[in-house]
Design a protein around this ligand. Structure first.
Ligand SMILES: C[S@@+](CC[C@H](N)C(=O)[O-])C[C@H]1O[C@@H](n2cnc3c(N)ncnc32)[C@H](O)[C@@H]1O
Length: 385
């Protein structure tokens, strides 16, 4: 099960007086992310009598049961080892079965932050694909919120349902078979979503439906590999009362940080041992000390190198907020009231906007300091000024 479902409560240990959370232990039937080394991890379901075999050796599941998550598990003959990690949405993204292209941690983290997801949020997503993003969304909104995810490929819907159940997130996620570009989001969702995420070939086709589904001030995020998709989607956003539009492309660069012996005085002559040591450096066992006899010339430093390979283009992330401009507002309001859902809320939001606009014109005098606003941490189910 993923951490959002059964992790020991961290709120209980948030106070330093409370005892630390109990150790999480591997049980029969658990999902374990077996980490074999840098960037090498595999998902494994633990079964009594089961065996995990890799180039690092043959491991018996029975030896894992009862061990704490995070433990280093050795082969029975004591040679190879692996780490037994508790599944998290981040680790799941690394090990899941790719049924489609997926979102990775860098994009996922920005998506969750910009969509302002908190426990209790209601978020809609299409398509579901391999469910990489869905796991992260579920953890953000659990335990009181919900993810509604829509996918038009039936096989993927079935696979996602099974996986969400096995990973313990189906309590927070509903997967539905639906063609969102053709049919839009369901009418009964009108005005209910705090955020909507689109990873579709034609996101521009459903922006109108997203506008109907979001609450005022809700956030839309569209993830598109091609800039032409972005252009079309932004045009639609402008038509449907979205503002605060921004497009981002994340290109990450990693750094190597390591200890190195460097020559302090470049004019000082170096001994032969040092020069030979440099050439042989790669063959030297990692922890063995370098004996070059030039301590007065060489000193140990921490050096950093930017990696040559950047995290390359994944997609453009376009974010926009449903804060309709005056001319777009009336139309959206009329359309949404016609559907009979969310009209109340919208009418109140319209009043607030109008009042704010009026008071901005009529009272140029500086305003009295406001009481602290509590909306930052609460899920704004209510639209307040
Ligand atoms: C790139 S994948 C989504 C990957 C997902 N974000 C993840 O992180 O795993 C896009 C998905 O959208 C689905 N899709 C394409 N057009 C659709 C439509 N009109 N309605 C619903 N789903 C659609 C595809 O079947 C595919 O599974």
């Amino acid at each position: 099960m993923l951490a959002c479902a059964d992790a020991p409560s961290t709120t209980a240990s948030a106070s330093l007086d409370a005892p630390p959370p109990p150790e999480r232990v591997v049980r029969d039937g658990d999902l374990v992310v077996v980490v074999e080394g840098f960037n090498a991890a595999v998902a494994e379901r633990v079964r009594s009598g089961g065996v995990y075999a890799s180039k690092y050796g043959t491991f018996h599941h029975d030896d894992w049961i009862g061990r704490a998550f995070g433990a280093r598990a050795r082969e029975r003959d004591g040679r190879g080892f692996v780490w037994l990690c508790a599944p998290t949405p981040e680790l799941w993204t690394k090990v899941l079965e790719h049924r489609t292209q997926i979102l990775y941690a860098a994009d996922i983290s920005l998506v969750c932050a910009e969509m302002e997801l908190t426990p209790g949020s209601v978020v809609m997503e299409s398509g579901t694909g391999s469910g990489s993003l869905t796991h992260a969304l579920a953890r953000c909104v659990a335990p009181t919120g919900r993810v509604w995810t829509y996918e038009f490929n039936e096989t993927r819907v079935k696979a996602a349902k099974e996986e969400f159940a096995l990973n313990g997130i189906s309590e927070y996620v509903t997967v539905t078979h639906r063609d969102i570009e053709r049919d839009g989001f369901p009418k009964e969702m009108a005005g209910r979503a705090d955020a909507v995420f689109l990873d579709l070939p034609g996101p521009h086709k459903c922006v109108g439906s997203v506008a109907r589904s979001l609450r005022p001030d809700g956030v839309l995020c569209s993830f598109s590999p091609c800039i032409e998709q972005v252009q079309k989607t932004i045009l639609e956003m402008k038509k449907h009362g979205f503002a605060d539009v921004k497009t981002v492309e994340l290109l990450g660069r990693e750094y190597d940080v390591e200890g190195k012996r460097l020559q302090r005085d470049l004019s000082a002559p170096l001994s032969k041992a040092t020069k030979v040591g440099w050439r042989k450096d790669t063959k030297r066992p990692r922890d063995a000390p370098v004996d070059d006899g030039d301590d007065n010339v060489m000193t140990q430093h921490v050096v950093t190198f930017p990696r040559q390979r950047l995290q390359s283009h994944t997609a453009y992330l376009t974010f926009a907020r449903l804060v309709p401009e005056p001319e777009g507002w009336a139309k959206t309001l009329a359309e949404r009231s016609k559907n009979g859902v969310g009209g109340d809320l919208l009418a109140r939001a319209a009043e607030v906007l109008q009042r704010n606009r009026r008071s901005g014109r009529d009272s140029p005098a500086p305003r009295a300091p406001k009481a602290p606003n509590k909306n930052m941490l609460s899920n704004p189910g209510e639209y307040s000024d």
